[in-house]
Design a protein around this ligand. Structure first.
Ligand SMILES: [Zn+2]
Length: 382
């Protein structure tokens, strides 16, 4: 006998998958006809029509005219695209040094952005209240955007996150204790709030707007201020235990090394984080390339050691995961000489980990806010 309840659950799951595959396809190729969607996804024309009509009712899709080719009946094909500019959100990225508050549309076009120093001395709640004030300030200054078109807040934060509960479990280098980020921001601003790990969120941006449009599998590595990584398999972020895997920064590289923010000793971060490298020679995050180029003697040796250690960790991770590509991102990788040095060190261990395999993100200009935008688009809308 068929269990109707079970079948019902499966039906809604299938419907959700069909909806998501249609949206992913449109996101990947841009304006398309319903016929092309049906051909590419294998869904029947009837279900494509049904789902796209529903997405139009929800204001997620729009018809944007016709293309030049006609179909068999001589009618021009009507093209659909995601209605990126009808909905806006506040994208908030909280990292150890800098916090960004941005108003963006769903395509990642930034309307207004404020960067502030992440202040972990005033306590989590007060810092989140400070962010809420800036959210209000941006909303007040953007009078052209209707209030009702700004839908949500999406937060990206370093460390472990419980997305379901809306909690930052342990934001390494920011707060040591769990923080009800979503609840606090919702109470302060009135906006429904979502949260995600910052590197996972950025990987979702790569999937939606960056290199993930062409590649299914990759390892994303972010450097600055700490080290973060995310594994993408089949265009999905791989979530491990506690919803976070690939903690590259917490690979242990030294016996009895310094205590790390995660509580263990000798992690990669204790050697290569922005803070750790200040002990070799103080520099501003944006001037890392110049600092390394100008270093000499013992300082040069120590920086080379850091870059070599990082490269070795990349090679070891690539050995285990065998990703198609490795994507570098983050402020400390923004200098091409630094990337070249790290890739050269990688090649000294494994010739195949070269410039064809290790790429630099195409989203570097947007990396301080695009993650939370993509996280919301892929998790909630898709
Ligand atoms: Zn650690």
């Amino acid at each position: 006998m068929r269990n109707t309840k079970h079948t019902g659950m499966n039906m809604s799951l299938i419907k959700k998958q069909n909806r998501s595959s249609i949206l992913n396809y449109i996101c990947e190729v841009g304006p398309v006809s319903r016929k092309d969607i049906s051909d590419a996804t294998g869904l029947t024309p009837a279900s494509v029509t049904q789902i796209t009509n529903q997405l139009m009712d929800e204001g997620i899709l729009e018809e944007i005219g016709t293309n030049s080719e006609s179909n068999k009946a001589g009618r021009k094909k009507v093209l659909c695209d995601i209605k990126y500019d009808s909905e806006y959100l506040f994208a908030i990225n909280i990292e150890a040094e800098i916090t960004t508050i941005a108003l963006s549309d769903l395509k990642g076009n930034c309307i207004e952005k404020i960067n502030i120093q992440t202040d972990n001395r005033i306590g989590a709640e007060d810092f989140l209240k400070k962010i809420a004030v800036l959210v209000d300030k941006i909303r007040e200054s953007q009078k052209k955007i209707k209030r009702c078109n700004i839908k949500v807040i999406s937060v990206g934060i370093c460390g472990l996150v419980d997305r379901e509960e809306g909690i930052s479990v342990h934001a390494y280098g920011v707060w040591d204790d769990p923080v009800n980020v979503c609840e606090i921001l919702e109470n302060e601003t009135g906006y429904k709030t979502y949260i995600d790990n910052n590197v996972d969120a950025f990987a979702k941006a790569e999937i939606l707007y960056g290199m993930g449009r062409k590649r299914d599998d990759f390892l994303l590595i972010k450097w600055g201020p700490g080290v973060g990584a995310t594994i993408v398999i089949g265009r999905e972020v791989y979530a491990g235990r506690h919803g976070k895997s690939a903690e590259l920064g917490h690979f242990i590289v030294e016996q009895n090394g310094k205590v790390c923010s995660c509580g263990r000793r000798g992690c990669l971060e204790t050697k290569v984080s922005y803070h750790a490298m200040q002990e070799i020679k103080p520099f501003q995050v944006g001037a890392f390339g110049d600092c390394v180029r100008n270093a000499s003697g013992r300082e040069k040796e120590l920086f080379d050691e850091v870059l070599d250690l990082f490269a070795r960790t990349i090679v070891n991770s690539a050995t285990i995961l065998a990703p198609e590509k490795i994507v570098l991102s983050g402020k400390l990788f923004s200098d091409s000489d630094i990337r070249k040095k790290v890739i050269d060190f990688c090649m000294s261990y494994d010739k195949k980990i070269d410039v064809n395999r290790v790429l630099y993100t195409s989203l570097s200009e947007m990396e301080d806010y695009i993650g939370p935008v993509a996280s919301y688009v892929s998790e909630v809308i898709f």
